[in-house]
Design a protein. Sequence first.
Length: 255
Amino acid sequence: NLNGKTALVTGSTSGIGLGIASVLAKAGAQLILNGFGDSDSARAQIASLGKTPGYHDADLRDVQQIAAMMAYAEREFGGVDIVINNAGIQHVAPVEAFPVEKWDDIIAINLSSVFHTSRLALPAMRARNWGRIINIASVHGLVASKEKSAYVAAKHGVVGFTKSLALETANTGITCNAICPGWVLTPLVQQQIDKRIAAGEEPEQARSQLLAEKQPSGEFVTPQQLGELALFLCSDSAVQVRGVAWNMDGGWVAQ
Ligand code: NAD
């Protein structure tokens, strides 16, 4: 039960972030949403579960905007007890053709923003001696795929950062862990399916081929399932789960 807890979920206007925010809201948490696109429908979806969520439109490439979001959380909600670092982007290209500005954006959003939200949330968590920092890494935090160099570098970085922060907080009521999803059918993955369709595959075949290459279950992981894992990591039973990178991936990394 997360009554009385405030949870910030970055990149929660879509996909996995919105799924996790919904599960935490159902469990009683006060949500603060962030992300681009259609924030109204995300806000309405969370509000329908109970409490009206906060929302901040920080672009996580910008340290000043991250600081403004954390200040907003402090001012409006008395700080955050749970940070779900979820926002992320992908770009697929071989290293020698990888756009330099895409590299910089991916490192900033997928990796550096995790450092910034964590460092800014920690003082209040330490004062309360309770906190949960959950970083949505990826199977690409554990293993690589070709043409995803920036993403793989950033996600391996997130897993390393998670372990380091878990050690720094080991004797406190604050835990830091990573969740490593396999394929989840969100706009981020739909883009990669659309590329296959553009290259001539049928939509159904594009989806099943994408899964067949990496995910032995042949099924997508769902945002709801990832939310339930995040909810467990927020629970008191998970207080000794520290510094793990927990994959939920239909068997991807077992191969
Ligand atoms: P998505 O594209 O559906 O959602 C991404 C969210 O991040 C959106 O809310 C978007 O507005 C937000 N965002 C993007 N750039 C931002 C920025 N500069 N500032 C603030 N917010 C920004 O993607 P998703 O698939 O739900 O991915 C969520 C996380 O899960 C990412 O970190 C991704 O790497 C990770 N992940 C996804 C999969 C998958 O198969 N979909 C697998 C493993 C890991």
